[in-house]
Design a binder for this molecule. Sequence first.
Ligand code: GDP
Ligand code: K
Ligand code: MG
Length: 267
Amino acid sequence: ADRIKIALVGNPNSGKTTLFNLLTGLNQKTGNFPGVTVDKKSGFSKLPDGTTAEIIDLPGTYSIYPKTLDEQIVQDILLDPEHSQYPDKVIVVTDASNLKRNLLLFTQIRDLGIPLVLVLNMMDVAQLKKLNIDLRGLSIDLGVKIIPTNSHSGDGIAALKEALTQPLVKSKKPFYDIYDLAPKTIDAIKTEFDLTENYRAYQYAQQSVRLNFLNDKEKEIIAKIKSENGFYDVPTQSQETLGRYQFISDIVDRNVKNSRDPLKKSV
Ligand code: GDP
Ligand code: K
Ligand code: MG
């Protein structure tokens, strides 16, 4: 039978593990991700079309740019289509009562081009906060299928399983086009290091400044590629993050109203 891999990704405390338990029931195991001592929870879920999905509960992270070892594994997997844990689809889990903050990671993962569905979890909390969320408007503005859930009551889980049987078309136009910023540098780094992802190449270009996993020789090569292609003019990661927050903020203001106080900016 068909088997697909689905990863749960989201900020810490957005409800990933609760959702994971709902999707997999008792059908789960714990271990480590290959090569690192980061806890891995995985399990199986039967989808309505008969497909068996392996569900992987990834560590919580705020951004695709890691600050901790746990967060690094998320990036290692999602930026490397050759990775043994690379998912066919991603469920991005957000706290619906805290969307502005939660959507940063969503926009980054959507820009990677991985088929995904956006879960607005904690809809009960959003309701308590009197937030009116225009799901249709949000879905159009974000270019993604949205499933509202309450992982305490289980509301929305059936709809989520159904959504996971859909193709979940890859995004066409990125929100924030890394490639557009430095096409020549990215192409050169991809060729030099045999990479497939633009994001990965972009990160290599920045790692040569931030020094993590690259050796001196590699850093030298990257510095040369950058100077030949004028990479130094492109935004840093924090500028990118700010840029993303700007349009996220606009989109959330447009689609989420606080009905207790309509003039108050929402979440
Ligand atoms: P994770 O860090 O993303 O894995 O989040 P958890 O699944 O551990 O959930 C964090 C907390 O939020 C726990 O106390 C959950 O019981 C709670 N929680 C998860 N989903 C919901 C929900 O839809 N509504 C409410 N009110 N609480 C939730
Ligand atoms: K937690
Ligand atoms: Mg968890």
